[in-house]
Each structure stands twice: as structure tokens, then as C-alpha cells.
Design a protein around this ligand. Structure first.
Ligand code: FES
Ligand code: MG
Length: 592
């Protein structure tokens, strides 16, 4: 399938083989010869393939890509290409202050510049940790040279005292036990460490497993590639196959815009519901779509995704972890179950191996029905996102797959006549304010309170903080109240099972409705109608708005770095993908 099959002149030859300009050609060439490459390799028209390396000591989730790249190189060379590995801006979800999301657009910008400015005919995108996947897909979308994604793979399952401990999810649970005095600090640390037993990305259905699965559902990875655990032998083998395949894609001129079509995004939305994917997915997929010029918004996520059942039984919505997901058959088995129930909207969407999603997955076997359920016996029906609107915001996402059965029956059930829920707002101005005030009994927070977090969007807290999943005051937890409804203009970790309303756009910092909310206001949320409103008169709302001055009247923390200031000045809202607004008009920039 791969191998030199065309006489097409590749873009790399504009650098390395331009007889009309021998001076420039020699200058371009000589420094690449100095580490042992030959003129034959650079001038004979072989595809030159970038390996966009996201692994480093600073990014442990993706660090195993440093090893896998050796197999990618071998695959590229076996197929007649020449590999060029280069570093991407490192992004580590858990280690980067103030938040790794701030760096997604920076890594995007930097990769666009590399892919455009250097003699590369195709690229392998080494994806894994949360923001690395969208950053690299967004860059591939903008540049539009042939590109294939390669997951680093999830970590092995974590275990503690015979129970599975999942990345992130175990932190939220054990943190509550620590607050309640059930475990001590050292045991807390041991439990959390047990959830990270090997190289690889988070083994839960957090943002990493979500985005790696969706990269496959979009058609950008080889079938079965997303779920293979990082340390498994198959991970090295699929790395080799990925290297071989990108060379074939360059010969076929199979580009991101041929694969990531509107149909592919619709498939990905459906798969996201079936896997119980992260609320970060709409932000990132909407961003990739915008860089391709494909129309996609949060109304699409509800319209296409809400009715889809939850099939994958992974934490936080379920019980299992990444190794189990792989043993059950990974993304192809999920897609096969969806196809059996006629739920995959576009089986004919093209994928990187030149076949359609339907051809790749129709015969995939579901090898463990406990881990991947059938559509006839799902973990939950109607498990996709709801897109809420009202005087609080134009769009905010709720992940319905993590809400309790009681809550769902009461507020969302389609059979009875569900209630709307009302509560009294407790409003926090960012995470520091929340930590300072939450446990103070004078705040009067009780089981009827709705917790609001504002100032946590892309502008208010540079990059948007994952802070909307707020735990109740310790005095309520001790009484057995383990969660309160949470709403905010920030994000929530994909590993959290809190039923929050997130990513509210526009955010308070740019004058969104949340900026008008006051502690003590009554708020009404109707999940079935998709509405979220402060219960005050239009006059009162208008009066409050008049009191806001420019910038939403919102006082946000000052910039700490140049990039924070630059991004705040040009970043779009979560529902618009949090993209850099001036970047969107640059599409297909390196297409020859
Ligand atoms: Fe990197 Fe979860 S923190 S994948
Ligand atoms: Mg995260």
C-alpha cells in the first residue's frame, strides 16, 4: 500500500532540489547533510516526514513517545520516507501553571510555524496528554499537509488494595475521604500514586482517553490505535505501522481536510457520547473544526450526541480502566456496537488508512460486554451532552452521563414530567475565593445551594481553569452531602464525576450573564428545556448590567507572562473552541 507510487513533486523539493536557485538549495541542504543524511535522501524525491514529538522529561504522560518514535522512524524508512523528529512545546496537564490549557494555543501556533516553514511533506502527530491532542490536530488542520496521529497509549490499570484506582478520579474521591478524616496524608499520597503505575496517559475516560479516542473516531489514527496501553508490545507495532502509513498518505496526497469533514465530526460526537467523553471535547473539536472551516457548535453536540447511549464502562462514569477498554476492543468495538444499532451517522467517512470508518470497524469484535456494552443494554440512555442557555449564558455544557439516577429521574427523564431545579446561588470569584470561603458557616451554604464559579474562563483565568467541580463545605460532607450542583465559566477535569454545568460562554470576564449574578439570587435550571436563568426581572438585570463598566466590569488577575497577555487579547470563548481569533482565517496554508 505504501512506498513510492507517484511521480508527484513534493513540497520538500522546493527547498532541496531547485536547479533554478542552486545557491539557496545548497544553503538549505548543507546543514541537513551534516548529521549524516545524504544528498540522495534529500534530493531524490523521497517524502520527508516530520515526527512532531510531544514527549519530554517535562511531559511524563507523553514521554514514552521518545521510545515509540524509534519505531515510527523505522516504519517511515521501510516505506521509503526520511524521518525528521522535532520537539513540540511541552504540555503537561497536571504540572503546568496556571493551567495546561493556556499552552494549547501556544503549541498550536508553534507547530503551524514548523510545519509551514520547514521542508516537510507529511507529519506524524504524537498525541496523548489532554491538550497535546487538540493542539496537534489544530495545527494539522491549519497547515493541511498529510498527517496521521499516534497515541502514546494509556497507563496500565492502577490498583490499591485490590481495587482499580483511576487517574484523576481517585484524587477526587480520596480528597473527600481526606477531608472527612477517613484517611491520612500519607495514605492519600499512596492511593493517588497507585493510579499512575506506568508510562502513558490517564487510564480513566478523562480528557486524554477521550481526545485520543476521538482522534481515532475522526479518522486520524489507524484503527485500534487509541486504546493500546503505552507499555504493550502492540503499541510499538502500531507505531511502526503509523510510520509506514504516513509515507503512503503523502504519495496519495491524503490530507486532514479530506478526513476531518463535517461527517467525521458528527461521527466523533456520537462516539464521544458512547464512551462517556470529557466536557473538554466540545472545546477542542470545535477548535479543530474552526481551523478547517467546518461549521460545528454546541447545538450540534446536543442535537447529534444527546440521544446516544453510554456504552463504555470506564471511570469516572463507570468502573473499569484503560487496559480493560483495550482488551474489550477499544474504539473499533465501540463503533461496531454503534453501527449495529444504526447510531453511527456516517460509516462512509474516510480514515487515514484509506478505508472508511465503516470498513474498518463493522467487523470489530466486542470482546468484553461488561466493559463495552451493547446499545440494547447500555449503561445509560441519552447520555450525551446538553447545551444550556438563558440569561446566565448563551451556552454551557452538561455531561449527563455522570449524573445520578435519582437526579436524572427527577430532572431529565423523558417519561414523566420532570421538574426544573431551583436553588440559591453562592458565587465564587475564582478558585482562590472558593477555597477561602467555602468552609465558612457564615456563607450559609446548605443542601439547596447551587455553587457558582466565575472568573475561570479563557480570559478571566488565562486558558480557563478546571475548577468548576467544587466540593461542598466539609460540614456538609460530614453530614453525607457529597455534591452540590456546580455551574461556572471554567472547565472541569474530564476525570471528575461531578454533574456540573461548565464552559459557560460568554464568561463573566467579557460581560457574560454570570457577571450579573449575586450570592443569594435564586436560579432555575430546566434540563429538559435546556434553560438556565437567574430569577430576577429584566429591569433588575438591565440595572445590574448598566453598573458593569468596560471589560464586563470584571476584575481578573493580572498577567504573569507575555503569553497570558497576548492570548487574553485575542482568545475566543469556550463554545467557539477557545481559538485565537486571528488564526482562524489562515486555512490550508501549506497546501501545494
Ligand atoms: Fe496527562 Fe492525564 S494528566 S494524560
Ligand atoms: Mg484536565
Amino acid at each position: 500500500m505504501s512506498g513510492p507510487t507517484t511521480k508527484k513533486k513534493f513540497r520538500s523539493q522546493e527547498w532541496f532540489n531547485n536547479p533554478d536557485n542552486p545557491g539557496m538549495t545548497a544553503l538549505y541542504l548543507e546543514r541537513y547533510l551534516n548529521f549524516g543524511l545524504t544528498r540522495e535522501e534529500l534530493q531524490s524525491g523521497k517524502p520527508l516526514i516530520g515526527i512532531a514529538q510531544t514527549g519530554s522529561d517535562l511531559s511524563p504522560c507523553n514521554r514514552h513517545h521518545l521510545e515509540l518514535a524509534k519505531r515510527v522512524r523505522a516504519g517511515i524508512e521501510a516505506a521509503g520516507g526520511v524521518p525528521f523528529e522535532f520537539p513540540c512545546h511541552p504540555i503537561q496537564e497536571t504540572g503546568k501553571r496556571p493551567t495546561a490549557a493556556l499552552d494549547r494555543n501556544l503549541a498550536y501556533l508553534s507547530l503551524v510555524e514548523v510545519l509551514y516553514g520547514y521542508p516537510l511533506d507529511g507529519v506524524v502527530l504524537t498525541i496523548g496528554c489532554d491538550k497535546t491532542t487538540p493542539a496537534l490536530l489544530m495545527a494539522a488542520a491549519t497547515v493541511n499537509i498529510p498527517a496521521i496521529a499516534l497515541s502514546v497509549g494509556p497507563m496500565l490499570n492502577g490498583w490499591h488494595h485490590g481495587k482499580r484506582t483511576g487517574s484523576g478520579t481517585v484524587v477526587w474521591d480520596s480528597r473527600q475521604r481526606l477531608s472527612a478524616g477517613e484517611i491520612g496524608y500519607d495514605e492519600f499520597m499512596d492511593i493517588v500514586a497507585s493510579s499512575a503505575p506506568s508510562v502513558g496517559y490517564c487510564n480513566t475516560m478523562g480528557t486524554a482517553t477521550t481526545m485520543n479516542s476521538l482522534a481515532e473516531a475522526l479518522g486520524m489514527q489507524l484503527p485500534g490505535s487509541a486504546a493500546i496501553p503505552a507499555p504493550y508490545r502492540e503499541r510499538g507495532q502500531i507505531s511502526y505501522e503509523t510510520g509506514k502509513r504516513i509515507v503512503g498518505m503523502v504519495h496519495e496526497d491524503l490530507k486532514p481536510s479530506d478526513i476531518m469533514t463535517r461527517e467525521a465530526f458528527e461521527n466523533a460526537i456520537v462516539v464521544n457520547s458512547a464512551i462517556g467523553g470529557s466536557t473538554n471535547a466540545p472545546i477542542h473539536l470545535n477548535a479543530v473544526a474552526r481551523h478547517l472551516g467546518v461549521a460545528l457548535d454546541n447545538d450540534d453536540w446536543q442535537a447529534i450526541g444527546h440521544h446516544v447511549p453510554l456504552l463504555v464502562n470506564l471511570q469516572p462514569a463507570g468502573e473499569y480502566l484503560g487496559e480493560d477498554y483495550h482488551h474489550a476492543g477499544g474504539v473499533p468495538a465501540v463503533v461496531a456496537e454503534l453501527m449495529k444499532a444504526n447510531l453511527l451517522p456516517h460509516p462512509n467517512a474516510l480514515t487515514v488508512n484509506g478505508k472508511t470508518m465503516g470498513e474498518n470497524c463493522a467487523n470489530a469484535q466486542n470482546l468484553d460486554a461488561k466493559v463495552i456494552r451493547t446499545a440494547a443494554e447500555p449503561l445509560m440512555r441519552d447520555a450525551g451532552f446538553i447545551n444550556l442557555k438563558g440569561n446566565l449564558f448563551d451556552s454551557a455544557i452538561m455531561k449527563t452521563s455522570v449524573i445520578s439516577k435519582e437526579f436524572r429521574d427527577r430532572y431529565l427523564s423523558n417519561s414523566a414530567d420532570p421538574d426544573a431545579f431551583e436553588g440559591k446561588a453562592a458565587v465564587f470569584e475564582g478558585p482562590e475565593d472558593y477555597h477561602a470561603r467555602i468552609d465558612d458557616p457564615a456563607e450559609g451554604i446548605d443542601e439547596h445551594t447551587i455553587l457558582f464559579m466565575r472568573g475561570a474562563g479563557p480570559v478571566g483565568y488565562p486558558g480557563g481553569a478546571e475548577v468548576v467541580n467544587m466540593q461542598p463545605p466539609a460540614y456538609l460532607i460530614k453530614k453525607g452531602v457529597h455534591s452540590l450542583p456546580c455551574i461556572g465559566d471554567g472547565r472541569q477535569s474530564g476525570t471528575s464525576g461531578t454533574p456540573s454545568i461548565l464552559n459557560a460562554s460568554p464568561e463573566a470576564a467579557v460581560g457574560g450573564g454570570l457577571a450579573l449574578l449575586k450570592t443569594g439570587d435564586r436560579v432555575r435550571i430546566d434540563l429538559r428545556k435546556g434553560t438556565a436563568n437567574i430569577l430576577i426581572s429584566d429591569e433588575e438585570l438591565a440595572a445590574r448590567r448598566a453598573k458593569l463598566n468596560g471589560n464586563g466590569g470584571f476584575h481578573y488577575p493580572k498577567h504573569q507572562t507575555p503569553w497570558q497577555e497576548i492570548q487574553r487579547g485575542m482568545v475566543d470563548q469556550f463554545d467557539q473552541g477557545m481559538v485565537l481569533k486571528p488564526a482562524v482565517k489562515y486555512q490550508r496554508v501549506a497546501q501545494v
